[in-house]
Write a protein that binds this ligand. Structure first.
Ligand SMILES: Nc1ncnc2c1ncn2[C@@H]1O[C@H](COP(=O)(O)OP(=O)(O)OP(=O)(O)O)[C@@H](O)[C@H]1O
Ligand SMILES: [Mg+2]
Length: 219
């Protein structure tokens, strides 16, 4: 599902990482750890086609991501990916349910309404039942994080990229959202790459990898 080879990225003259290679198969849950600032979020952004690497190759669901133009990358992202951003990126003027329904809307799906059963189902799954009509400003940090997780799985994407999705959650709520991600992997055959500092989260994974400036190694 995801094949990364010898990826290299710098910001201006400052190198972030080089020689990064990793694979995530369908139905596989891979955790990625590494110290703060090593480039974990940058790597996820490259995989999502939101940021361009300086070298290497990236294949997503068999498509050569770096051979596509911006429109092609956006279409591949919409159709294939669910992304939980470290900073949530929940849209402030849309209700919780409208935020969660957004990926369905972008895919032109007929069930793209905020009151659609699928939207209610994922909000229930992350423990936000009844909060669909609220605006993001009316939620706690941990609740916002769960909106981002519901939005990342609502369209049952083939690849889920999750950047510290349990960073703001208590252990019980964290376990609940990890179970939601796990269900996508075990039940739907999704591939999941999870960036985390949490041992509990890493324990759920099939493999744990460590990102360093000079590549990815088993943790
Ligand atoms: N847009 C940017 N311009 C310049 N430097 C950047 C930019 N984005 C990130 N960086 C730098 O690149 C490095 C990697 O950042 P990144 O956010 O990927 O780290 P991270 O591993 O996700 O860290 P954390 O665990 O704290 O989230 C950092 O040194 C950061 O300061
Ligand atoms: Mg980060």
């Amino acid at each position: 599902m995801l094949c990364v080879r010898l990826l290299r990225k710098s910001f201006g003259d400052t190198p972030v990482f080089h020689d990064v290679s990793l694979d995530v198969a369908r139905g596989e849950f891979v955790a990625l750890i590494g110290e703060s600032g090593v480039g974990k979020s940058t790597l996820l952004n490259c995989i999502a086609g939101l940021e361009l690497p300086d070298g290497g190759t990236l294949a997503l669901a068999g498509h050569d991501l770096l051979a596509l133009d911006e429109g092609g990358r956006a279409r591949l992202r919409r159709g294939t990916l669910g992304f939980v951003f470290q900073a949530f990126h929940v849209l402030p003027h849309l209700s919780v349910a409208e935020n969660v329904a957004l990926p369905l809307l972008l895919l032109g799906r007929p069930d793209a309404r905020p009151d659609a059963p699928r939207v209610t189902e994922v909000l229930d799954a992350v423990g936000l039942r009844g909060l669909g009509a609220r605006l993001p400003a009316q939620l706690s940090g941990g609740q916002l994080q769960r909106v981002a997780i519901a939005r990342a799985v609502v369209h049952a994407p083939a690849l889920i990229l999750a950047d510290e999705p349990t960073g703001n959650l208590d252990p019980d709520t964290a376990a609940r959202v990890l179970a939601v991600l796990d269900a996508q992997v075990r039940g739907n055959g999704a591939a999941c790459l999870l960036v985390t500092h949490s041992e509990a989260a890493a324990r759920r994974a099939d493999r744990v990898l460590r990102l360093t400036a000079a590549g990815v190694v088993p943790a």
